[in-house]
Design a protein around this ligand. Structure first.
Ligand SMILES: [Zn+2]
Ligand SMILES: [Zn+2]
Length: 543
């Protein structure tokens, strides 16, 4: 019987490949010491001779260095050794399994190496993203084409935006309604003392662009729950929530579910934090995680909608820049994983407790009766604009498709009147809930808080059908819902696209003014047929 030497050689190659993979994916960082030889032997289940052969191969490839009487150390991966590292890894079909000596073993890592990723040797003197080429899962094209919506530009948002800009995420859309005050400066890396009273979204966007001029940035100084059209969500790859209240999270959760987009939530308080990924149809969503009590609290808005809104605006949570970095870092990383098509764990939460440095992951249970679980069907793109299209126009379009019973459901409650039960007076209002302050809700005569009469459906019976969609609170590029009791249809105000969604806020230099005039449209017209510049005229529909 003959002993086959091939098996032995393959084993040492496998070991070298595993170690090379750990270097490539960053679990063995430059300068880190490898575990002691006897620990490596035990972990890998190989003999000393096999291990030494593998280490020698890595040393010859310039991937590790021996320090006499100390041990083995990882070298930096650069243009001189990356090809060799990949070769070793692929020869062994390597999966990284060996953590560094100064870290506890955590079991096999599941970071997949993009097999189709071409080996590209970057010029580190001229290419700002060059070092990322050495990261096995980072794919330049995916990252540069990515569109990420960041909701909230506070402590968490600052950190997330900074990370996305540095990592080269090509299109970042920032939303926040707040302005900068002195207390924000202690935990917001993008803000300066001279920014006092300026819009958080605008300043964060400008600083992201300054951090990385190669990316495109847009912002909205407004409220995500009412002022951002669903068409913006529809065109994003990932949404990141950097919010401090349940109402906004619930709104973002529903919008993402409707548009079938993944979103990454983060929450921080003092030294505690959590991060979680929600993907529609995969495990629990944010609303599934809310307790009965929380859902009851949220429905308070219906008994006193104006007060509920005011309370949201006042809610402040104490945070530090350190916890914001930790949780913001995890959120950014999860977003990058989603962009690169790597596996994530939707419906689970990562808890971090900075008091005792404990971190663990827990799965939520998806609720079958969850009201968020609804994804829009096919969206019809209309060349209409929120500012110029009336409720009557919209009803006509919907009824052409769905018949005369079709009604429109608005996403925001519309206040039709304010009633004083003391003075027996009724004031006609017709404004979206968000446009009426708590103070304005009080009776000008007796000062009592008045009753609000709300609606969110347009049936055709209203005496205000001539009003434009924007005057009743429909944001630009929104997607409206209509139904006839059996079937829903979805209509996007795609005519708003050139103004509502473009990533050139910090790049425009004397762009020509948009053309004025009247557009004649048909409801089956598609957005691609639209002229380049947005039309300003009132939309006229063919009968
Ligand atoms: Zn749910
Ligand atoms: Zn009164």
């Amino acid at each position: 019987m003959k002993i086959q030497p091939i098996a032995h050689k393959t084993l040492s190659e496998t070991v070298a490949g595993k170690l090379a993979a750990s270097l490539l994916d960053g679990s063995l960082l430059p300068g880190m010491q490898l575990p002691a030889e006897r620990d490596l032997m035990a972990q890998l289940g190989v003999s000393r001779a096999t291990l030494r052969e593998a280490l020698k191969a890595l040393e010859e490839s310039g991937l590790i260095t021996s320090r006499p009487n100390v041990g083995w150390f990882a070298n930096a991966i650069d243009e001189r050794n990356v090809a060799k590292a990949r070769e070793l890894m692929h020869a062994a079909d390597g999966k990284p399994t060996v953590p560094a000596a100064n870290e506890p073993p955590t079991g096999p890592l599941r970071i997949p190496v993009a097999p189709e990723k071409p080996l590209h040797i970057p010029n580190l003197h001229t290419d700002r993203l060059g070092t990322f080429e050495f990261i096995s899962w980072w794919e330049r094209e995916k990252v540069q084409n990515a569109r990420v919506l960041v909701v909230g530009a506070g402590a968490l948002g600052n950190d997330v935006i900074k990370n996305l800009a540095l990592m080269g995420v090509g299109h970042i859309y920032i939303v926040d309604f707040d302005t900068i005050e002195a207390a924000n400066l202690s935990r917001s890396v993008l803000f300066r003392e001279s920014d006092n009273n300026r819009s958080k979204a605008e300043v964060a966007a400008a600083r992201a662009k300054a951090l990385n001029p190669q990316i495109h940035v847009q912002y909205l100084n407004g409220d995500v729950t009412t002022q951002l059209g669903l068409g913006v969500f529809r065109r994003m790859d990932v949404v990141i929530g950097c919010l401090d209240n349940r109402e906004a999270r619930l709104a973002v959760n529903r919008f993402c579910y409707w548009m079938n987009k993944p979103w990454v939530d983060g929450a921080i308080q003092e030294l505690l934090g959590l991060a979680r990924v929600f993907v529609p149809g995969q495990g629990a969503c944010y609303e599934c995680t809310l307790t009965e009590q929380a859902l009851r609290d949220l429905s308070l808005r219906y008994s006193c909608p104006l007060l509920a809104r005011q309370n949201i605006l006042l809610g402040k949570v104490p945070t530090t820049p350190t916890i914001a970095s930790i949780i913001g870092g995890i959120q950014s990383q999860e977003a990058l994983k989603l962009i690169n098509g790597m596996p994530v764990e939707p419906g689970k939460v990562i808890h971090y407790n900075g008091m005792v440095n404990e971190m663990h992951t827990t799965a939520y249970v998806a609720r079958e009766d969850c009201e968020s679980h609804w994804t829009y069907g096919q969206v019809t793109e209309l060349p209409a604009r929120a500012e110029h299209t009336t409720l009557e126009d919209m009803l006509r379009i919907a009824r052409a498709d769905l018949g005369p019973e079709a009604i429109i459901e608005l996403d925001q409650e519309l206040i039709t009147s304010l009633k004083c039960s003391t003075c027996h007076t009724i004031e006609q209002v017709l404004k979206p809930l968000s446009a009426v302050s708590f103070e304005a809700g009080h009776c000008p005569t007796c000062g009592n808080l008045r009753e609000t009469e709300l609606t969110h459906v347009i049936t055709g019976e209203e005496n205000y059908l001539h009003r434009t969609l924007s005057s009743v609170g429909v944001p630009p590029l929104h997607i409206l819902r209509a139904h006839n009791g059996q079937e829903y249809r979805f209509y996007e105000l795609t005519g708003d696209l050139p103004e509502a969604l473009h990533f050139h806020h910090f790049e425009q230099t004397g762009a020509p003014a948009p053309a004025r005039g009247r557009v004649r449209i048909q409801s089956d017209e598609h957005v691609k047929d639209l002229p380049k510049s947005p039309a300003q005229g009132r939309v006229k529909l063919h009968e």
